[in-house]
Ligand binder design. Structure first.
Ligand code: ADP
Ligand code: ASP
Ligand code: MG
Length: 429
């Protein structure tokens, strides 16, 4: 007997019919002798609908007080889901009980709309499991120390599931979604993308942080920190497929670099349309200049991603960086009103129509020439690179947003990801 956590995303919970199918699948696992915890998301489209209602009532720029209410609204989608799933499980003859985040409780900090889980009380859940119940816990929600409801950021149910699995020391956390695993890139953009049988934790962390929304980054961080065995698989297979076959399907996130992974040079391609670029032109090039620009930005709680400072001419330089698109206007305003007068820079420019495309692979550590293959592939498509950033296992470029799909396809081909399920070292050199 094992303790298993299943997570079902919005599409998997998208209709009462699908919820019944989820219940049948969970019941199959329970009848096979496993203790089961299920963490569902809101039904597809529901969180967007709720947040649109909020925007309708209050279109103004978000204040801290508003963020609290947004969480109060957004978390309700998951509450409906757990109730429906628990009912569907009971209809399957299971004993099932549903809990919201504050009933467990799942304790978080008070950062509304992007709260972080701090602890999970396992007592109530353990008692239910011991009594033979299937426990259904809301994804996405938590409660802070003053009992305010919080949410974990978009896609946060992944994190709820992995955190619950970590807290309960589950044997495995299975993330059921609308694709049958982690692909070399988003299969909606590149139909030739191939499913990976396994992906290393480090690569998955990079893929998630660089924009692959198949797992929320914090869920991968949790899995790494607590060594939660994690698998991404399809909720669209027939619910009654053989359980052993199902348990081995999808993509396993691995913590040991096996031989196959050492061979892979580039395992996947990620992209992100959520950033915007700002440039401060004609900044006097002297010590402390980066701090005088980015210090102000950090003080305003704006996260900076890619940074480039040009070679100076006549004692002046240009300084560019990217921020989340939600922070774009605020950053421009800040640069114009505070940084320009303080630094004596000439001008501030902005471009929100950019995207970041990244190649990720553990094999990049030990292979030269990977970045140049990337740059060649982009140049052959006539795509201009605006910024470049690298780390040990990834290279990212910032390009014009309108070339994003072209770039992803070109890179997918250049690294031979179209051709084989597990990329090999030879394929990318
Ligand atoms: P859920 O509602 O189940 O949480 P999400 O929409 O959050 O599902 O995540 C699944 C989606 O992630 C897929 O439908 C796919 O379009 C997208 N995706 C992005 N990158 C990848 C990738 N590398 N592999 C698989 N899916 C990906
Ligand atoms: N329902 C939330 C969202 O749409 C959380 C999740 O689906 O993971 O972002
Ligand atoms: Mg998701």
């Amino acid at each position: 007997m094992a303790l298993i956590v299943h997570k079902y995303g919005g599409t998997s919970m998208g209709s009462t019919e699908r919820i019944r199918s989820v219940a049948k699948r969970v019941a199959k696992w329970a009848r096979a002798g496993h203790q089961m915890i299920v963490v569902p998301s809101a039904m597809s489209g529901e969180t967007n609908r709720l947040l649109a209602l909020a925007k309708d009532v209050s279109p103004a720029q978000q204040t801290a007080a508003m963020l609290r209410e947004l969480d109060m609204i957004a978390c309700t989608g998951e509450q409906v889901s757990v109730g429906l799933l628990s009912l569907a499980l009971q209809a399957e003859g299971m004993q099932a009980v549903s809990y919201t985040g504050w009933q467990v409780p799942v304790r978080t900090d008070s950062a509304y709309t992007k709260a972080r889980i701090q602890s999970i009380d396992d007592a109530r859940v353990r008692a239910d499991l011991a009594a033979g119940r299937v426990v259904v816990i809301t994804g996405f929600q938590g409660v802070d120390e003053d009992n305010n409801v919080t949410t974990l950021g978009r896609g946060g149910s992944d994190t709820s599931a992995v955190a619950v699995a970590a807290a309960l020391k589950a044997d495995e956390c299975l993330i059921y979604t609308d694709v049958d695993g982690v692909y070399t890139t988003d299969p909606r953009i590149v139909p030739e993308a191939k499913r990976l049988h396994s992906i290393s934790f480090e690569e998955m962390l990079e893929m998630a942080s660089l924009g692959s929304k198949v797992l929320q980054i914090r869920s991968v961080e949790f899995a790494g920190k607590y060594r939660v065995p994690l698998r991404v698989l399809s909720s669209f297979t027939p619910w009654d497929i053989d359980i052993t076959e199902e348990a081995a399907s999808g993509t396993l996130i691995t913590f040991e670099e096996d031989e196959k992974m050492e061979q892979a040079v580039v395992s996947g391609i990620a992209f992100n349309r959520d950033e915007a670029k700002v440039t401060v032109l004609g900044v006097p090039d002297k010590p402390g200049i980066a701090y005088s620009i980015l210090g102000q930005v950090a003080e305003a709680n704006i996260d900076v991603d890619v940074i480039i400072q040009n070679v100076s001419h006549d004692g002046k330089t240009d300084f560019s960086f990217t921020v989340h698109r939600n922070d774009y206007q605020r950053t421009l305003d800040l640069l114009k009103t505070k940084v320009l007068p303080a630094t004596g820079a000439a001008e501030v420019l902005g471009d929100a129509k950019i995207c970041k495309v990244s190649i990720v692979g553990i094999g990049m550590r030990s292979h030269a020439g990977v970045a140049s293959t990337m740059f060649r592939a982009l140049s052959e498509e006539g795509i201009n690179i605006q910024m470049i950033t690298t780390s040990e296992i990834k290279t990212s470029v910032v390009i014009d947003e309108k070339y994003m799909e072209l770039a992803v396809r070109a890179l997918h081909k250049a690294f031979d990801l179209d051709a084989s399920i597990e990329p090999t070292a030879e394929s990318a050199d």
